[in-house]
Write a protein that binds this ligand. Structure first.
Ligand code: FES
Length: 104
């Protein structure tokens, strides 16, 4: 496991996901209802960035390419054309910075 700092707490806005690369893995960070969530950034349909998608409710991001929806709490695909999970990662704030834990 590796714990990596990916940004400052103040940089994150509700409804505005951002993409980071951690140990070669693209991850999308979300703030929803005051909580941080981190899921794999790669849409499991055709590998588009989920951080470029649009939030359709507090916990659902819609891929900008073909409209598949994912639960940002779990990374699970909620609608076609994606079916697989994008995966999720532990994320938290420590001393004002955002930390994500990934497998090495
Ligand atoms: S690439 Fe995301 S729905 Fe097709």
């Amino acid at each position: 496991m590796a714990v990596v700092t990916v940004g400052n707490e103040d940089d994150v806005q509700e409804g505005q996901p951002f993409r980071v690369e951690v140990e070669g893995t693209p991850i999308a960070i979300f703030l929803a209802q005051g909580e941080l969530y981190a899921i794999g950034d790669t849409c499991t349909h055709e590998e588009f960035s989920l951080a470029d998608g649009e939030m359709v409710d507090d916990y659902t991001v819609e891929c900008a390419l073909h409209g598949a929806r994912f639960d940002i709490r779990t990374g699970r695909a909620l609608s076609l054309p994606a079916t697989g999970t994008a995966g999720s990662y532990p994320v938290w704030v420590e001393d004002g910075v955002i930390k994500v834990e990934v497998e090495e």
